[in-house]
Design a protein around this ligand. Structure first.
Ligand code: PRT
Ligand code: ZN
Length: 283
């Protein structure tokens, strides 16, 4: 069976986490900063290191079979690729932003205005959806300085913490598109068995990241109050303790409502709660 090729970002915001997720899947490879391609020693995969903007096109054309890239970059490229798995990192939102003292109040106020962006395709689609006719000005970097320079009335750019907008005297105005890193594949590859194996491994890594392994002690009289709060992988494991009338409960708790659940467990009589990270969950 022929090796698959996966394209990931060579350097930049998604590089480290893309490498990490593949390593957490048990893949052994050197992260050569200087080379374009590296082989995985223990899995039929080669890794290409590319500019993120090139990844959707490479996958569409079949030069790479798979890619890890932000959804914003895929939409902007309009490449025809399959969305395989959201990866939970690189989260950000493409937003419209305006100067703090701008008179723009409503989307329709953007009619006839100039908007600077590096995402003309996504912005055009968004404006068309709302029947807004604005002048889109393509700027490849430092979009946030363009209103201050008198080049535009608004911008459309990626926002994560909001710090860049604030330090440039801008305020968010409307969300255009949420984005996160996603595994994409060339069309027709969906049933490939190397891909299915990789996706299964990615899913166990993601599931493990979203959960914690918890061990707690509880008096038997409080056990049912504690177990009703727990919905682990299956039902919790209950082990008797040396001390008469006490048991240890082992379970898995999701990261989402972690603190709320821990507090409710304590209120229900749980003691000596130990929380451990999970490496993988294989269902
Ligand atoms: O060199 P290459 O072309 O590969 O990389 P790049 O410079 O084009 O992209 P890079 O590495 O900056 O970002 C890669 C991807 O990370 C993007 O396509 C997004 O999907 C995602 N991402 C997540 C972000 C951000 N967060 C982000 N904050 N991309 C860019 N930013 C920039 C944004 O453009 C703005 O300048 O960060 C600034 C805003 O950040 P805050 O935190 O101040 O709001
Ligand atoms: Zn780029």
């Amino acid at each position: 069976m022929k090796n698959l090729k996966i394209a990931i970002q060579k350097s930049g915001r998604l590089n480290e986490k893309s490498v990490q997720i593949l390593k957490n899947c048990g893949l052994v490879f050197e992260n050569y900063k200087s080379s374009l391609i590296t082989s995985v020693a223990n899995f039929p995969l080669e890794i290409l290191f590319l500019r993120d903007d090139d990844i959707p096109g490479y996958v569409e054309q079949g030069i790479a079979d798979l890619g890890i890239v932000g959804e914003n970059v895929i939409d902007e490229s309009e490449a025809q690729v399959s969305y395989i798995k959201r990866l939970g990192f690189g989260k950000c939102t493409l937003k419209l932003a305006i100067p703090k003292d701008s008179t723009i109040e409503d989307l329709k106020d953007l009619n006839g205005k100039a908007i600077a962006t590096s995402y003309p395709v996504i912005l055009k689609n968004f404006l068309d959806e709302y029947n807004i006719n604005a002048d889109i000005r393509l700027i490849s970097g430092s979009v946030e300085i363009s209103p201050g320079l008198g080049l535009s009335d608004a911008i459309c750019d990626i926002v994560s913490t909001g710090g860049t907008l604030k330090s440039n005297g801008l305020k968010p105005f409307a969300d255009v598109r949420r984005s996160e890193a996603i595994l994409i594949g060339r069309k027709g590859l969906e049933d490939n068995h190397i891909l299915c194996e990789l996706v299964q491994r990615i899913e166990s890594v993601l599931m493990a990241k979203e959960t914690k392994y918890v061990v707690l002690n509880v008096e038997k009289k409080n056990l049912s109050a504690v177990t009703t709060l727990l919905h682990g992988v299956k039902s919790p494991t209950i082990v008797p303790l040396a001390e008469e009338g006490w048991v240890a409960v082992h379970t898995v708790i999701s990261e989402d409502d972690f603190w709320e659940k821990i507090n409710r467990l304590k209120a229900a009589g749980a003691q000596g709660i130990v929380v451990m990270p999970i490496e993988k969950i294989i269902m």
